[in-house]
Every structure is written in C-alpha cells, then in structure tokens.
Design a protein around this ligand. Structure first.
Ligand SMILES: [Zn+2]
Length: 195
C-alpha cells in the first residue's frame, strides 16, 4: 500500500468537521471520527499526523492562544444551515477587536437563537449572513452560541434570491432589488455594525 499525500499538515489548526485524511492513509485516533472512509476532526485543535504509527489525532488547543471563550461575544458568518441549527464560521472575538489567527466554528441551536418561539432557523438567519453571538459553552470542544440577548443577532443579511443586502422594514427584511421578503433575528445596529 502506498502512502498518499495528504493536504493536512502536522500542527494545522482544525475545526470540527474538517477533513484530515482517509482511512487508507491513517488510523483515526483521539479527537477524530470517520464517515464514509474519510477521517474528520471532532474538535477544535491541532492536527497531529503521526507518520511513524500512521495515526491521526487532534489535540485540544493550549491556553494562551487567541481563541473564543465562554462568555465572549463573537462575529462570524453563517455557514451550513439545518432547520434547527446552523454552523457559524467565527471570524472575530468582538471584545478584543482582534481577528483570530485560526479557523473556529460554532453551532447555534434554534432554542438558543431567540427568547421567543421560532419554527425554523430560516426565521433567524441564512447562510452568508454576518452574525453577532455569544459563546455560551464549549461542551465537547464545540462552541455553542446564543443570539438571545437584545444586542445579539444578524448584523448583515443578504437576499436569498439575488444576494443583495436586505433592508429592515418593520418586523420583516426586504430586498431593495427584487422585493423579496424574509425574516431574521437582527441586532439593533443591523447594517451599521463595525466588522
Ligand atoms: Zn433580492
């Protein structure tokens, strides 16, 4: 069996769901999981490629690095969306006014999105939106986010049909280009927030 080259390098910062390699290359070890023969990271950490034993694992990040922490407010972009949760690519820790050096991801669940009842994440956000959220836990090395507070929510949203930035129109969001009407859980400084 020949050793195939892998895109991941030793020490790379990885996030949950990030591809590490395939089972033909490596034996999956701590901090990883396998789906359809592909090895993914289960946690936020540094990938360790043990070429000697042909094992891949992910080590949790050490203290001291600039990473999101429980209680901090983050800015991020909404990625993959399900009906009851969305993945957020964290780009900044708001309170530090400082960009993160690595890639971090968080999960926003529907029950942490709003203080009122909502049917679907479509009423909160859609992929591509820019969101301000608070880190409420780091359970299992995954950042769990909340937008329940009044100052949290979407700060920039884009039309699902044409991609134009939506404008706030009473309780709805309206596309100035194609008149599409959508819903969001917006922050009070929607469209004006500093990125
Ligand atoms: Zn539009």
């Amino acid at each position: 069996m020949t050793l195939k080259p892998t895109q991941q390098r030793n020490g790379n910062l990885v996030i949950p769901g990030e591809r590490l390699g395939v089972i033909e290359e490596f034996i999956p070890d701590a901090g990883t999981y396998v789906k359809d023969g592909i090895i993914y990271s289960k946690i936020v950490g540094r990938a360790l490629m043990d070429m000697l034993n042909r094992k891949v694992s992910v080590y949790p990040l050490q203290e001291g690095a600039t990473i999101p922490k429980t209680g901090t407010t983050i800015i991020g972009q909404v990625g993959n969306a399900q009906s009851d949760n969305v993945f957020v690519n964290i780009t900044k820790v708001n309170t530090r006014k400082k960009k993160l050096s690595g890639k971090f991801g968080g999960i926003l669940h529907i029950y942490d999105a709003s203080d009122r009842y909502i049917d679907s994440m479509n009423e909160v956000c859609k992929p591509g939106d820019i969101i301000r959220a608070k880190v409420i836990s780091e359970k299992n090395q995954v950042y769990h986010l909340s937008t329940q507070d009044k100052n949290l929510g979407i700060i920039y949203a884009f039309c699902g049909q044409c991609g134009t930035q939506l404008e706030q129109s009473r309780s709805e969001m309206r596309c100035p280009k194609c008149s599409n009407i959508e819903k969001r859980k917006i922050a009070p400084d929607y469209g004006k927030a500093e990125l």
